[in-house]
Design a protein around this ligand. Structure first.
Ligand SMILES: Cc1cc2nc3c(=O)[nH]c(=O)nc-3n(C[C@H](O)[C@H](O)[C@H](O)COP(=O)(O)OP(=O)(O)OC[C@H]3O[C@@H](n4cnc5c(N)ncnc54)[C@H](O)[C@@H]3O)c2cc1C
Length: 505
């Protein structure tokens, strides 16, 4: 049986996978590639999450692709529009013809003798049965996101079995859940909770956001007046470019200000909340975190929608701890009883690197937690593999774009030099910090042990800084001493004829 071969295999057809395919088509047009996607549609996160109100919490000028203007006037965008934007990008460039849906990758094994990855996946057939599929590739590009798709994170709450109503996690929102006229309690205080609250409050009897501790919540206009004006006077591509740089510069300024003068930024955020939420809400208790701004991601709310729903009395916030679920709701550590018809556990994600696949190099299993991240893109000791991990303090796409262009530059460099293997070698560099530094949400801390570590200096640092990454990924020479290039003896397998299956739309 012949095994199908592609030069590049992309894992995942989300925002990053389509970005990777665009860059390959543009910068490495002669390379064959395929995208394996476990789900049935394009979009990843923006297809999976279907809870009420789902939207971006960063602006779409930086969350959009560098190569495709975001033309909707909404800068904080509904999830549905983002899904459509990604799908349209794939359709317009013929990327969708390269996607094999319902293919879940399970493992990838690198052979240095052959300079090849052997990738094992399972294909889900229409009757629900599964069929093993094996492919080979020269370069593996993980665009599998950063969390487990099968289920979100739910802590073990005492007494859950006693609660009579539905308990739902936003990652698997039931399409037919009717909350009209119901009392809803949302457990959590992150981006998902603050999105859900005003959306559900429109028709529910009352919504309570129950949080253990407060988060920074910042209101931003849903529409960006400057960007919309630029669009009215300039061609779309120019307006988009200018607007994008404006927002990159603004976000970096705010982030740096928060790092240098955290008390000033904290006071400014809290003052603004007080002005918007009205005098009846206890801002000191519910909206004043104990940590500094940006130690966890700030939650952005469009046009203060969360504050309006609290002010109107349709929603409220309680800062307390769950003692136990009861038949009719939740009893809190303070002794208070919170009655609920529906409980939503907006308690986060389970982080997962590289789509949870098993990796091995020449028969030796790779533990990503023992590797060093090279430029935040590759792993020490792991050849011909890259992965997209976006920013935690800015839009994911800014870094995804840089990584995708860098991988193409690397592949073209290897072509020119006639080498088939590239491997980051950490030599004297040692682990100095987790992949993500100075950022403490629970779900990230829980997972970082099994993620690549970062070193103390270039190229082993993982920056959360678009300018530094632009220099590192776009302008620094590819051959920097840390990348080891080689030319294993065996002849390469010829790419399969471009027989590309479109298994679903
Ligand atoms: C609710 C929510 C809101 C967010 N809002 C923002 C925001 O406003 N701004 C921002 O910058 N970021 C945001 N993020 C981060 C977000 O994940 C990124 O914006 C972006 O969607 C990541 O794209 P991706 O393609 O890298 O990963 P994903 O969107 O996660 O897509 C990964 C794809 O890989 C597939 N896959 C995974 N494992 C395998 C496997 N083993 N085999 C085959 N296929 C596999 C998945 O099915 C999926 O289609 C948000 C995240 C969440 C969960």
């Amino acid at each position: 049986m012949t095994v199908e071969h592609f030069e590049v295999l992309i894992m995942g057809a989300g925002l990053s996978g389509i970005d990777a395919a665009h860059h390959l088509q543009k910068l490495c047009p002669h390379r064959s590639y395929v995208i394996l996607e476990q789900r049935e549609r394009i979009g990843g996160t923006w297809d999976l999450f279907r809870y009420p109100g789902i939207r971006s919490d960063s602006d779409m000028l930086t969350m959009g692709y560098s190569f495709r203007p975001w033309t909707s006037p909404k800068m904080i965008s509904p999830g549905e529009d983002i899904r459509e934007y990604i799908t349209a990008a794939a359709r317009d460039e013929g990327i969708d013809r390269h996607i094999r849906f319902r293919h879940r990758i399970q493992r990838a094994a690198w052979s240095s003798a052959d300079a090849l990855w052997t990738v094992d996946a399972v294909r889900r057939l229409p009757d629900g049965s599964e069929k093993p599929v094996t492919l080979t590739c020269n370069f593996l590009f993980s665009c599998a996101g950063y969390y487990r798709y099968s289920a979100g994170y739910t802590p073990e709450f005492p007494g859950v079995a006693r609660f009579a109503g539905p308990i739902v996690h936003p990652q698997s929102w039931p399409a037919n859940l009717d909350y009209t006229g119901k009392r809803v309690v949302i457990v959590g205080s992150g981006a998902t909770a603050v999105t859900l609250m005003p959306a559900i409050a429109k028709t529910a009897a009352h919504v309570t956001m129950l949080q253990r501790s407060p988060t920074y919540v910042v209101s931003a206009p849903e529409q960006d007046k400057i960007a919309n004006w630029l669009r009215s006077v300039l061609p779309a591509a120019w307006a988009y470019k200018l607007g994008r740089w404006k927002n990159v510069a603004f976000m970096m300024y705010i982030y740096q200000l928060a790092q240098r003068r955290p008390d000033f930024v904290k006071a400014a955020i809290i003052k603004k909340v007080g002005e918007q939420v009205g005098p009846d809400c206890d801002v000191a208790t519910h909206f004043t975190p104990s940590y500094k701004p940006w130690q966890q991601r700030l939650c952005l709310v469009p046009d203060g929608d969360l504050f309006h729903s609290i002010k109107s009395g349709r929603a409220s916030v309680i800062t307390d701890r769950i003692e136990t679920f009861t038949e009719h709701g939740i009893r809190l550590a303070s002794g208070k009883e919170l009655e609920a018809d529906i409980v939503v556990t907006a308690t986060g994600l389970v982080m997962q690197a590289f789509g949870g696949i098993e990796l091995s190099v020449d028969g030796r299993r790779v533990d990503p937690g023992e590797t060093l991240a090279y430029k935040g893109v590759m792993m020490s000791g792991v050849p011909n593999m890259a992965a997209v991990f976006g920013y935690i303090n800015a839009s994911w796409t800014l870094k995804a774009d840089l990584i995708c262009a860098y991988v193409c530059r690397l592949l073209n460099f290897m072509d020119r030099k006639g080498v088939r293997q590239v491997m980051p070698q950490s030599r004297n560099a040692a682990a100095a910090a987790n992949f993500v530094e100075n950022f403490t949400p629970g779900y990230i801390e829980r997972a970082l042990a099994s993620w690549p570590k970062q070193g103390s200096e270039m190229p082993w640092r993982v920056y959360q800084n678009y300018f530094r990454d632009t220099i590192s990924l776009k302008w620094r020479p590819i051959a920097d001493g840390a990348l080891e290039f080689s030319r294993p003896a065996k002849a390469p397998i010829q790419p399969a004829a471009a027989e590309l299956a479109v298994t679903a739309k």
